[in-house]
Ligand binder design. Structure first.
Ligand SMILES: C[S@@+](CC[C@H](N)C(=O)[O-])C[C@H]1O[C@@H](n2cnc3c(N)ncnc32)[C@H](O)[C@@H]1O
Length: 214
């Protein structure tokens, strides 16, 4: 049943990791009805298609960064990814939902802003939708997330296009590239929803960066 107490616009106003933990714990049960289904969320399916196009048949361990209820894991399976996928998220409630489909190998309750809470595993592939968006995680956190990658890992990171501009992701990517931290990204500008009308606002677009962490 839809839960009118929780919605995307309110989630965009959250500020601290504790705000996120609390908000998503409460939203977890109805997130897929209220948001994924109701809004026509296409982001997870589209990032999984890009993953298949760039890394078909990839079998090593994948980390789904800010996995929520696990929509990316499901879509990766649909696109033929058979290896282990771990989900990382700050909300136990979301992780519990993600666990229900039996798709994830391990689920880690992790505050991505705090490397002290990271699992010890190092991943060969990082993927993310919906975590780098308004009110959520900025470039400083993305840089910390690189610490989860093994050397030469592949990354497919979606960032809301409005947030990308506002929060300085463009400059951060240039710095990481100049410092040799990452290879030059290939960008896939992607509609987040199955919009029936032409997209008029950038907040409905994600910039998905594909790159290697060196
Ligand atoms: C909009 S949801 C996206 C979930 C899923 N990837 C999707 O596309 O549906 C954002 C997720 O980021 C998680 N999140 C927010 N802040 C976080 C943090 N500091 N550390 C880990 N996860 C966080 C939330 O708990 C939530 O599950």
């Amino acid at each position: 049943m839809a839960d009118n107490r929780h919605n995307r616009d309110e989630a965009y106003t959250l500020q601290t990791p504790d705000d996120h933990r609390r908000y998503y714990d409460q939203w977890a049960q109805t997130y897929e009805d209220d948001f994924i289904e109701a809004e026509g969320y296409a982001y997870s399916a589209r990032i999984a298609l890009i993953a298949r196009r760039l890394r078909p048949g990839f079998k090593a361990r994948i980390a789904d960064i800010g996995c929520g209820t696990g929509v990316v894991g499901r879509e990766l399976r649909m696109q033929g990814f058979r290896g282990p996928i771990d989900g990382l998220d700050i909300s136990e409630g979301m992780l519990k939902k993600a666990g229900e489909a039996g798709i994830y190998d391990q689920l880690h309750c992790t505050d991505l802003t705090d490397p002290g809470s990271f699992p010890e595993t190092r991943y060969q592939f990082l993927i993310s939708t919906g975590a780098f968006t308004m009110g959520h995680l900025g470039p400083d956190t993305l840089e910390k997330v690189f610490g989860l990658a093994s050397r030469g890992a592949f990354a497919l990171i979606g960032i809301n296009a409005v947030f990308f501009e506002k929060d300085g992701f463009g400059a951060a990517f240039k710095e990481w590239e100049a410092a040799g931290r990452i290879t030059p990204p290939v960008w896939f500008d992607t509609a987040i929803y199955y919009d029936l009308e032409p997209i008029k606002t950038h907040s409905r677009i994600a910039r998905i960066a594909a790159f290697t962490i060196t």
